[in-house]
Ligand binder design. Structure first.
Ligand code: TAP
Length: 477
């Protein structure tokens, strides 16, 4: 069943979405020379704005602006001076937090309570955290010398937060930046460009070039880019690694995941059920570290599933701007098609599909919170990243079997463990091939913690002291 709704008008009124946006190059908004594209509200299919597409020549202008700003201004400043700009940006993000959160929810489809309570405060926290490092780089262990121009390409699932993960450490370490947001979610990056102006950031230190994959490719291939930082799919990550092979560019890749969320029979079950729900339905499951494979110990599987289904029945799917919404819109029709395709494959392969009764809005892109039981390790829904609100449930008997199943994936980004035994947490954390292991919690992000993958989830770390390594020469190769 479907229903109609009018997006909450009072929230919408606090953002000023312009009819069209240019590129942000050398401190100013300029026209792009490519064909402008439209960004759409995925909850209503309303066209929000026309956005400039950066051609190779536009990317070149942005890289040249970044190079000038690096050699003449930014690398010449003391760390303490750079820190002042980062603190200022962090404060402005906080001050304009409501506006940014609403814009993020409109452009991305995520629930306002997530953009308000997670994306925006965590983005500000990254700028505060790395501002603190800017005048203390000699204690980082990675030297004090910046690399130069960083080319950064980010996905659509956490548009502002991924920008903060990339830009804050780069600037703190003295680099300048050319960043491309995803085609479906450019608006908060463009608002961030305004914030850079408001903070009086010297022109060229941050450049935002919008566009599709070809724009990202032009950044990666540009000969005067010293460092490439990419977050996105493993397929594009591989193409980027090929492009930079044989050059002296430094690269970090944050790619996909297929995390195991492992529940033992001694776990506090209600707490674990909350963690399972958060692990897979947070941000509609558009999360690289989502707990998309539930591994539950056989002796408690029935109980966990019963409580999980009951809890899924209480999730509210709908208007991202409604503060009571738990699950928002799927970001794009392409992503919705990908989710539907894999769900059909799951059914065809014989797994049992279940969703709570759930009315979805008639307009926009939606998918109900869904789980699959009877999943085997060979099923595609157990192996491939769905990047949507779809959980695959598998069972295990012993901790060794849990480790084997958890590690039986080409990915290695994150994992979760739910148990009462501290010794088991430590043993499991040691055995799991995952960059982040959460114990009795899930999807906890903090700027002080390094984050990144093993295996096909990429290499390099973002966050914490380790996140500086990618932007300083002493960490080189
Ligand atoms: P991608 O299709 O890989 O896109 C990521 C970014 O790269 C976008 O800005 C995209 O532009 C751009 N791009 C596309 N083709 C390119 C090329 N050939 N060269 C350079 N840039 C190119 O991923 P997505 O669909 O946006 O995001 C979903 C994937 O990202 C998932 O697999 C997810 O796991 C992963 N992800 C990982 C992490 C971490 S931290 N590991 C975090 C978030 C997401 P367009 O937007 O125009 O396509």
């Amino acid at each position: 069943m479907t229903f109609d709704y009018a997006p909450a008008p009072e929230s919408r009124a606090i953002v000023d979405i312009k009819g069209s946006y240019g590129l942000f190059v050398n401190g100013e908004f300029v026209d792009g020379s490519g064909t402008a594209f439209k960004t759409v509200n995925p909850a209503t299919e309303e066209v929000l704005a026309e956005v400039a597409e950066a051609s190779e020549a536009d990317v070149d202008a942005a890289v040249r602006a970044a190079r000038r700003a690096h050699s003449r201004v930014w690398s010449k400043m003391t760390g303490a001076e750079r820190a002042k700009y980062l603190y200022r940006i962090a404060r402005i993000i906080q001050e304009r937090g409501r506006e940014i959160a609403v814009l993020e929810s409109i452009d991305n489809g995520k629930p306002i309570k997530e953009s308000r309570d997670v994306d925006v405060p965590t983005a500000a926290a990254h700028f505060f955290y790395y501002a603190g490092w800017a005048d203390k780089l000699e204690y980082s262990g990675y030297g004090t010398t910046s690399l130069g121009v960083a080319g950064q390409v980010i996905p659509w699932n956490f548009p502002l937060l991924m920008l903060a993960w990339k830009i804050a450490p780069a600037l703190a370490a003295g680099n300048t930046v050319v960043l491309k947001p995803a085609e479906t979610t450019p608006l908060t990056a463009l608002l961030f460009a305004e914030i850079c102006q408001q903070a009086d950031l010297p022109p060229g230190v941050v450049n935002i070039v919008t566009g599709a994959g070809a724009t990202g490719q032009a950044i990666v291939a540009h000969p005067d880019v010293d460092k490439v930082a990419f977050t996105g799919s493993t397929g594009v990550g591989r193409a980027i690694a090929k492009t930079v092979a044989g050059t002296d560019k430094r690269v970090t890749l944050e790619l996909g995941g297929k995390a195991a969320n492992i529940v033992f029979d001694d776990a506090p079950i209600d707490q674990a059920v909350e963690g399972i729900v958060n692990g897979i339905f947070f941000n509609q499951g558009h999360v690289c570290c989502a707990g998309s494979r539930l591994l539950v110990q056989e002796s408690v599987a029935d109980e966990v599933l019963e409580r999980l289904k009951r809890r899924m029945g209480t999730l509210r799917v709908g208007d991202p701007l409604d503060k009571n919404t738990d699950v928002g819109a799927i970001n794009s029709p392409m992503q919705l098609a990908r989710i539907k395709e894999l769900v059909e494959v799951g059914e065809a392969e014989g797994a049992g599909r279940w969703s709570a009764a759930c009315d979805l809005p008639g307009q926009g892109f939606w998918f109900p919170p869904t789980l699959f039981t009877g999943v085997s390790q060979a099923h595609r829904i157990a192996r491939e990243e769905i990047f949507g609100p779809v959980l695959s449930v598998l069972t295990f008997r012993t901790p060794t079997e849990a480790v084997e199943k958890a590690n039986n994936t080409p990915y290695g980004l994150s994992a979760g463990i739910w148990t009462d035994k501290g010794s088991r947490i430590l043993w499991m954390a040691d055995q799991l091939r995952a960059g982040v292991v959460w114990a009795n919690t899930f999807n906890k992000f903090d700027p002080t913690s390094p984050f990144g993958g093993y295996k096909e989830s990429g290499y390099g770390r973002e966050g914490g002291r380790h996140g500086l390594e990618a932007y300083l020469t002493a960490g080189e190769r």
